[in-house]
Write a protein that binds this ligand. Structure first.
Ligand code: SF4
Ligand code: SF4
Length: 360
């Protein structure tokens, strides 16, 4: 059955399939400690799900196994040495940087559809069965499930990674009421490396395997809907949606794989745009040009808030790690005019970030 599942999954664009038990009891203390520390920030749904996240059988009654799936997402035209290209982009203060996974089609849609197709294919073979597909980390401890079922090990940055595929992949799950054979975990291979901890711009990885989401740029630019704490604005640099630094630095990502699907190909907008181009978008532009992208989920206000922070960093030279990375005086003038022009019409949240950006 597992070999059939793997072959159906491969035709749907998944690179690996595992099967985990639903008993995650031993992960519960870690989850509770993480929540008690408030590391989930304003992601209230994390706390609301509570221990259900570690109890798939409570989330989906009748479940006895979780099928875990990995889908690689590096775009098909990713060049050799892509990490160096990414680092260069992060040092170009006038350019917007969007996390690699969000440059193509919304992965939620891609994974959900394909996981459902995989479940349908399984039902054709074994008859109807109880199941539910998950394509996001919120309700389930998905890295824990992935680690237990051999999709990878949990890295010190808290993401799953694999010796032959790095960490540039999405995870998906299907809770099932079928007693499928379990797949074994793999050995962890972080060893004495701490590159992800050291590189994190906001020191969000407070200890190995412990992430304070409140400090993480991915959380701050995507999940968090209030003001970005002033002390964390400068290290955000030009990252307007997510952050890949802890993955870019990870040695195992030299083995990261390209997607086989066109869905994750980079879209022209906003994949390779300047901050000024994106700042010029109206809300209608934002809705039109991010249609079908995960970026659309954050809404126009957070989008503008993030851009204001990045523009402020460009003006301050905060995104620059080398002399010469600073924006030219002419570009700086354009940025100041563009920020000022939007100030009065902006709502309170964006206006406060514009004011911060313009403070010199
Ligand atoms: S995504 Fe960025 S901010 Fe978050 S832990 Fe990784 S390096 Fe730090
Ligand atoms: S950078 Fe090093 S410590 Fe971090 S996940 Fe990769 S191998 Fe593990």
């Amino acid at each position: 059955m597992l070999s059939d599942l793997r072959s159906w999954a491969a035709t749907l664009g998944f690179s690996q399939i595992g099967v985990a038990d639903v008993d995650l009891t031993s992960a519960e203390p870690g989850l509770l400690a993480w929540l008690d520390n408030g590391f989930h920030g304003s992601m209230a749904y994390m706390a609301a799900h509570g221990l259900k996240r570690a109890r798939p059988a409570e989330l989906v009654p009748g479940s006895v196994r979780v099928i875990t799936a990995r889908m690689d997402y590096l775009p098909r035209d990713t060049p050799e040495g892509w990490q160096a290209v990414e680092w260069r982009g992060l040092h170009d203060p006038a350019r917007a940087n969007v996390s690699i996974y969000a440059r193509g089609r919304d992965y939620h849609k891609v994974l959900r559809q394909r996981l459902q197709q995989l479940a349908d294919r399984l039902a054709e073979a074994v008859g109807p069965f109880g199941h539910r597909v998950f394509t996001d980390s919120a309700p389930l401890l998905e890295v824990e499930l992935a680690a237990r079922s051999g999709i990878g090990w949990r890295g010190k940055h808290t993401l799953a990674l694999d010796r032959e595929a790095g960490s540039m992949f999405f995870l998906g799950e299907i809770c099932v009421d079928l007693a499928l054979p379990l797949t074994p975990p793999v050995q962890p291979h972080c060893g004495s490396c701490s590159a992800c901890i050291d590189v994190c711009p906001t020191q969000a990885i407070v200890d190995a395997y412990r992430l304070d989401a409140r400090r993480c740029i991915s959380y701050l630019t995507i999940e968090h809907d209030g003001p970005i704490p002033v002390g964390l604005r400068a290290p955000i640099g030009n990252r307007i949606y997510g952050c890949d630094d802890c993955q870019l630095v990870c040695p195992w990502n030299k083995y990261a794989r390209k997607s086989t699907l066109p869905d994750f190909d980079v879209r022209a907008d906003p994949g390779h745009a300047s901050l000024l181009q994106l700042w010029a978008w109206s809300e209608a532009d934002f809705l039109r040009l991010t249609e079908g992208s995960a970026i659309r989920r954050i809404g126009f206000v957070r989008w503008q808030r993030n851009l204001a922070v990045a523009l402020g960093n460009a003006l301050r030279g905060e995104a620059c790690e080398a002399p010469g990375d600073a924006v030219s005086e002419g570009t700086g003038q354009h940025m100041r005019h563009a920020l000022s022009a939007r100030r009065d019409a902006a709502g309170a949240l964006v206006r406060e970030h514009i004011d911060w950006a313009l403070e010199r």
